[in-house]
Design a protein around this ligand. Sequence first.
Ligand code: 4AD
Length: 458
Amino acid sequence: MKHTDIKEILYTDSFVGKKATVCGWVRTARDSKNVAFLALNDGTTLNHLQIVIDKENGPEVSPEAMKLGASVKVTGEVVKNDRNNTNEINAEEVILLGSCPQDYPLQKKFQKLETLREMPHIRVRTNTFNAVFRVRSVIAAAIHRFFQEKGFVYINTPLITGSDCEGAGEMFQVTTIGYSDKYDNAEDYYADDFFGKKTGLSVSGQLEGEVAAMGLGKIYTFGPSFRAENSNTQRHVAEFWHVEPEVAFAELPDVIELAEDMIKYIIKDYMEKCPEELKFFEERFEKGLTEKLLSVVNNDFEVVDYTDAIELLKKAPVKFEFPVEWGCDLQSEHERYITEQVYNKPVFLINYPKGIKSFYMKQNADGKTVAATDLLVPGVGEIIGGSEREADLDKLLAAMKEKGMSTEGYDFYLDLRKYGSVPHGGFGLGFERIIMYCTGMANIRDVILYPRTVGNIK
Ligand code: 4AD
């Protein structure tokens, strides 16, 4: 269908005085004695294009085309609107493409995010979700550009896997066998299943990412990860998008530097490319968002040892719900205290106790901690988890044994330590979490098209 994007018509002077055709959905319609106005949006910008219809000398317009949510095609002359310095169209023809009955759910101008969550197929038509999804797209492109410019190779790791990367038992099972009382034990059941063994949806592409890095040097993945976590929080979904670089010949400080550079690159690019959306989020969702992001780009992130963080938390003049002791896994309230109250900027926490981290992390010389890092940011908490990897075969085997893991299914991973092992590391960025941070959206369910959470699949 030949037409021009509303974004172009609104802001391009060279269209003025010329004839143009646009398509869009009616956001508002006003009718008076001599003239009618339609505010049209086609998703290319947050701003609407005003269509002016001269009721005496202008085109015949179906009443259905004047209804909220209807889709129309309009042809007419582009004219300058001096009041707001954008362009509008004096309609010569208005064609109704699709009518929209009274039960259209977006009748009210502002609807609660919770209400909109109940209709993911409709909420994309609101300004909020228009802005969120455009920012998602711009940031995804920035991530690819960042890694491509640095010579990283983009890898697609398998989504169906036999090995649980994080070892947390949070894998969704993949099976083609439905309910059955044919089997006496799990072994027989799995042997009969599609792959002949127990398989699940990958919680992380890291293990296979390491395989690729051991031949290609620097790789990154950008795909979905799945976690059957029973955590009904504002920052967990069962299906999220995961960015995972993996670098050979790298130690923990290199991993940290890469993560900081990436976050700064993404935010700078977003601020340049999405000023309209940023202004919208600042006004509607997070006061001070622009200043916060500018400060992230212009300042160094903090690096804090886990052990020092525990001391800070113990001395905190705050009563935490969960008690703090060396060795404990930090809860969201602890992470937020450190990043929001103590430093008020992004913080890399490093050197966690080995007992609370995954088997693959490099064991530090103290015998108690591992070379891990989480990046915590104000408002969201953890957005990145990463580490240097254990490159020594014997130490890795010992860690697996200590965690009660079987080596079955991990032969390929152990081989990486057997054949020309090198220091290496990487991290995982939760894509939805960086979108939350950049937009000020407080709930992860509002930054992904179809959020999957416990008991909820729309
Ligand atoms: O800290 P995690 O579990 O680390 C890994 O998966 C490593 N294998 C990554 C690596 O080193 N290559 O997860 C990494 C990030 C978290 O910091 C968080 O941002 C995001 O993934 N994440 C989730 N995002 C949304 N919903 C969930 N349920 C998430 N679980 C993790």
